[in-house]
Design a protein around this ligand. Structure first.
Ligand SMILES: CC/C=C\C/C=C\C/C=C\C/C=C/C(=O)SCCNC(=O)CCNC(=O)[C@H](O)C(C)(C)COP(=O)(O)OP(=O)(O)OC[C@H]1O[C@@H](n2cnc3c(N)ncnc32)[C@H](O)[C@@H]1OP(=O)(O)O
Length: 280
């Protein structure tokens, strides 16, 4: 908390610096007038989150923090998919060293995004299942385009959404709705998501979403950044601390879980069903 306070006080005195962290999988651009960064996920066809994409995103978030960013819009280069969630191939017959690196990077990406000192908006311009929904939930505000689906559908895949996935959802829609959403693995339509507060606004186009995102950032023009950041930390800090404390334990559980032959069989069948869908 104290460190964050010092960092946020520094925001008041340091001028904004421009920088570039764009990579092949995450394009980063900075609006010179507003200082707002836009990170666009660009891993066709569905922005599934593999180790390389997560590493780029994680580094981008670290750089934004270091450079005292004014804010971040997280979006997708696809017109139909925000992110299909974790890359299922990272969990199918995994090389365990890579798998551990993958999961550690996912944890760190969440810590950086959920706990960022700068304001964050997800422009959800396509489907956002599972890990895709997690990325959106980790932002402070979600603006979604119509006619897509969003949710933590892990139970439908025979998996359990980790506690910090659940905490991110609880932070947005409360305990009751989170329990219902998680046990059913429901994917919500945009309108259903709006109704339960899983997203904050529904729009018809990406341009409209970007305009609304600008309005969200404008709300902070007259709010001292340190007060904003400390308030966010007071609300989200416990969720982050819980993961920081249990990181290793979670890794041990996951290692055993992912090597379960029944789970591997289920993942294989799920991958097959995704392929079959394409052949129809
Ligand atoms: C102590 C802790 C205890 C327990 C924790 C245990 C484990 C960890 C738990 C869970 C965390 C898991 C989180 C996840 O994110 S799992 C991933 C879930 N994602 C999904 O279910 C989405 C699957 N995809 C879709 O539904 C559709 O693709 C989508 C609606 C996103 C887009 O549809 P569209 O019609 O546009 O594309 P497709 O034809 O379906 O796909 C194109 C292409 O992409 C491949 N694909 C899709 N999704 C994924 C993915 N997530 N990973 C890898 N590959 C994916 C798909 O197979 C097609 O490939 P190809 O046939 O080769 O072209």
């Amino acid at each position: 908390m104290a460190l964050r306070a010092v960092r946020s006080l520094a925001i008041l005195s340091n001028p904004l610096r421009t920088y570039s962290t764009s990579g092949p999988l995450v394009n980063v651009s900075i609006n010179e007038k507003t200082g707002i960064a836009t990170a666009t996920l660009q891993r066709p066809p569905v922005n599934s989150l593999n180790l390389e994409l997560l590493t780029e995103l994680c580094t981008t978030l670290e750089q934004l923090e270091k450079n005292k960013s004014r804010g971040l819009i997280l979006t997708s280069s696809s017109n139909t998919v925000f992110s299909a969630g974790l890359d299922i191939y990272e969990m199918y017959k995994p090389n365990m060293d890579r798998y551990k690196q993958f999961w550690t990077t996912l944890q760190q990406t969440w810590i950086n995004l959920y706990g960022s000192s700068y304001p964050t908006v997800a422009v959800v311009n396509g489907h956002a299942p599972a890990g895709g929904c997690l990325l959106a939930l980790s932002c402070e505000y979600r603006i979604m385009l119509n006619n897509f689906t969003i949710g933590l559908n892990e139970t439908k895949l025979g998996m359990i959404a980790p506690t910090w996935f659940a905490a991110s959802m609880r932070n947005a829609i409360g305990t009751r709705q989170t329990e219902l959403a998680l046990i059913t693995g429901n994917l919500f339509t945009t309108d259903e998501a709006l109704k339960i507060g899983l997203v904050d606004e529904v729009v018809q186009s990406k341009n409209e979403a970007l305009e609304k995102a600008g309005k969200f950032f404008d709300k902070f023009k007259r709010i001292p950044p340190h007060a904003r950041t400390m308030t966010k930390t007071s609300l989200r800090g416990a969720d982050i601390q819980a993961l920081v404390k249990s990181r290793n334990e979670e890794m041990n559980k996951l290692t055993a879980f992912i090597n379960d032959p029944k789970l591997q069989e289920a993942i294989g069948m799920y991958l097959e069903s995704l392929k079959q869908k394409q052949n129809k």
